[in-house]
Design a protein around this ligand. Structure first.
Ligand code: FDA
Length: 304
């Protein structure tokens, strides 16, 4: 129930605009958000790189409603890709299509995203198109497929283990050589299309994860679920899967201990580093995943 509550809050525009402007809100968000400015996120990326952790930089923002906002979102990605090159960071970028205008003009979103992927290709980098709610799954997959044809190897997307359709989507992307990040899924989806029980999502995740790491297409295993991480470690040893076939991916501020442990064991680890002033929906989804975070944040806030 709390999960649904926080997911519902994530789309509340009034609360979003109030919270994003408040200094208390910003202080709370810093648990999961690497800063408000590009430079802060780049510094975090450099620090993580020093510890042997790769990064995916995400300029927070979603559901923009004008061309100007979409173009502004894109301009931040151009700055990021330039900085990745000049600072020689081991980093790529993640973006959301609704940040590029998908809700009101899909053709514009594709034009803008293609520009970013072209810039990433110049920097020998990579763009991950995050997956949003199920209303956008088809459009996200088809846009990724078209962009991949134009910029092979420079763009990939995300599949969500809670959706029934994901197994078949994974086979299509694998056949085309498109890189997949596998996550459990962070949105509210109806039982007609998604597993309502967490145990079923987890079981599907494990099944898909085994398929991906043996697919010969490099993939991202995005989870903080240590039981699943352990299952993968056992699976790769038992099946002779090289560590180079995949990387673990985790979110900034979550399970730092596990990130470092995996690096020490020689696994590739990439941390998703979100930043920017539009942190509210992202932050609410992190609370939805673990409502205990609310208590944790409140305790720390009143302590400091
Ligand atoms: P699960 O929720 O079962 O949590 C397992 C354990 O991890 C918990 O017991 C806790 O210890 C820890 N944990 C998990 N979430 C936590 C939190 N918020 N705070 C503190 N501890 C937490 N989703 C999506 O729909 N589209 C996308 O594009 C992406 N992209 C993405 C990128 C990366 C790199 C990651 C890691 C995740 C995503 N997600 C996502 C989010 C994903 O779908 C999912 O909601 C979260 O990763 C939480 O699921 P876990 O797999 O971690 O397991």
């Amino acid at each position: 129930m709390l999960r649904s509550f926080f997911i519902a809050l994530s789309t509340n525009r009034t609360l979003r605009s109030f919270s994003e402007r408040s200094s208390v809100g910003r202080a709370m968000s810093s648990r999961f958000v690497a800063g408000m400015q590009v430079e802060e996120a780049l510094d975090v990326a450099a620090k993580l790189n020093k510890e042997g952790i790769a990064v995916s930089l995400d300029s927070l923002g979603e559901s923009v409603s004008t061309r100007e906002e979409a173009e502004h979102s894109a301009s931040i990605y151009y700055d990021l890709l330039e900085a990745i090159e000049t600072r020689k960071l081991n980093a790529n970028v993640s973006l959301k299509l609704t940040q590029m205008g998908m809700d009101f003009d899909p053709a514009l979103a594709e034009e803008i995203t293609a520009g970013i992927v072209a810039r990433a290709a110049m920097a020998q980098s990579f763009v991950r198109i995050d997956m949003e709610g199920s209303g956008l799954t088809d459009a996200t997959l088809s846009m990724t497929q078209r962009l991949f044809l134009r910029f092979p190897g420079r763009v990939g997307t995300v599949l969500q283990a809670y959706l029934f359709r994901t197994e078949s989507d994974a086979e299509k992307l694998i056949a085309e050589g498109i890189r997949i990040r596998l996550c459990k899924g962070a949105y509210k989806e109806p039982p007609e299309i998604a597993f309502p029980a967490k145990a079923d999502v987890d079981a599907n995740y494990v099944k898909l994860m085994k398929r991906l790491v043996t697919s010969r297409v490099f993939c991202g295993i995005a989870t903080h679920d240590e039981a699943i991480v352990d299952q993968l470690r056992e699976f790769v040893v038992a099946n002779g899967v090289p560590k180079s076939a995949f990387e673990f991916q985790m979110l900034y501020g979550i399970r730092r201990d596990l990130q470092r442990k995996l690096v020490k064991e020689g696994y590739g680890v990439r941390v998703y580093v979100p930043f920017g002033t539009e942190w509210f929906p992202y932050f609410m989804r992190r609370l939805a995943e673990r409502p205990a975070n609310v208590l944790f944040l409140a305790k720390n806030f009143f302590k400091s």
